[in-house]
Design a binder for this molecule. Structure first.
Ligand SMILES: Cc1cc2nc3c(=O)[nH]c(=O)nc-3n(C[C@H](O)[C@H](O)[C@H](O)COP(=O)(O)OP(=O)(O)OC[C@H]3O[C@@H](n4cnc5c(N)ncnc54)[C@H](O)[C@@H]3O)c2cc1C
Length: 324
């Protein structure tokens, strides 16, 4: 492991000033549950770690007339336990509760979860200089690819591992980004970018930008949400496939719906065709299976991960049926 410097800014302005000064050689750290593993494994070699935890006022869950604001340093455990989140956004609460272990949820933060790096074993192996690390090949495309993407891969087949990202995108969350130039807000769905846009990063954050806050719009009348995570083992694990859904059901019919998958693509993956063909339809396992076909036809499974299409059907059906 290479030596690095360490700083503990007291304000977010100081933090982004450090990021700007170091020009891509400094890394922000929140809970450290992901970045420390990367440093120890030699996958990243920061010159400077910017410890965000010393900055006061970045951990909060606040409800007002415009919805709910969640500070970037809010822990996953606090999010899972929050009574407003549990009541108004049960899909998000379920996603937070499903994540990792109690110890990791107590330390890991919302901002860190949304910016975590992929778990692809080629990316995490310092010896494998894959495309994501500046090489010329994606080793997963013809290698061991059981856990990789079935949608959106192309030049790099990582599956984005965050549980919170699909749940938040299904809720139409927005994200506030802070840089030395000020603040900007964008839809969380637009925060993530496919490898074809930038194979080295999974999101559009510039080297001098930090996630400051996540914003959830107010829940509409009769609107419900759910999150189903399918894993290989009962104990802690990343999702093989997860489905985050939000919608309203009346008279057994689905009125408005959002479906976002985790574990299947380099970014959280929205099933827009399934959404539009389900609108106004009676909610049954058969109607869900039929509606999914248009999106599933676009799947491009690799040699070892064709099983994920069946898991998509199972996760989406279970999640949607729970809205009824
Ligand atoms: C054993 C284990 C199991 C796990 N299981 C799951 C799981 O089931 N589901 C899941 O979603 N995750 C899982 N994780 C991944 C991770 O630990 C969590 O997602 C956690 O929430 C990350 O938060 P953190 O604060 O520790 O991030 P950190 O490690 O501090 O940071 C992660 C990344 O985000 C960047 N970053 C942190 N904060 C910000 C910010 N505010 N703005 C911009 N960039 C920032 C860092 O530079 C780093 O690149 C697991 C990790 C481990 C080790």
């Amino acid at each position: 492991m290479k030596n690095f410097r360490w700083t503990e800014p007291q304000t977010i302005e100081q933090a982004v000033a450090w990021l700007a000064k170091e020009e891509g050689k400094a890394y922000p750290m929140a809970g450290g549950t992901d970045i420390f593993a990367e440093i120890k494994e030699g996958v990243v070699e920061p010159e400077l770690i910017i410890d965000l935890k010393a900055i006061p006022g970045l951990s909060y869950i606040q409800k007002d007339k415009d919805g709910v604001r969640i500070g970037a340093l809010t822990t996953v455990a606090d999010l899972a336990a929050d009574t407003v989140i549990r009541q108004d956004y049960p899909g998000l609460s379920a996603a937070a509760s499903s994540l990792a272990t109690p110890q990791l949820r107590n330390i890991g933060t919302v901002g860190g979860n949304l910016c975590q790096r992929p778990r692809c074993w080629y990316y995490r192996d310092v010896q494998s200089v894959c495309r994501k690390k500046g090489g010329s090949r994606c080793f997963a495309s013809r290698g061991k690819n059981k856990y990789h993407a079935i949608f959106g891969g192309g030049i790099c087949h990582i599956a984005y591992p965050s549980d919170l990202a699909p749940a938040l995108i299904a809720l139409d969350a927005q994200i506030t980004i802070r840089s030395p130039r000020g603040e900007k807000r964008l839809a969380l769905a637009d925060f993530y970018a496919l490898p074809s846009k930038n194979v080295r990063r999974e999101n559009v954050l510039a080297a001098d930008e930090l996630v400051r806050e996540v914003h959830l719009p107010p829940v509409k009348e009769n609107e419900k949400s759910a999150y189903i995570k399918l894993k290989e083992r009962e104990t802690w694990d990343f999702a093989l496939v997860s489905a985050a859904v939000r919608g309203t059901v009346s008279g057994g019919r689905l009125n408005a719906v959002r479906i976002v998958l985790g574990g299947v693509a380099p970014i959280p993956w929205r099933l827009a065709d399934t959404e539009s063909s389900l609108r106004g339809k009676e909610l049954t396992n058969a109607s869900i299976k039929e509606a999914l076909q248009a999106d599933l036809l676009k799947a491009r499974p690799l040699q070892e991960n064709g099983y994920k299409t069946a898991l998509v059907e199972a996760a989406v059906s279970q999640a949607l049926m729970s809205l009824a």
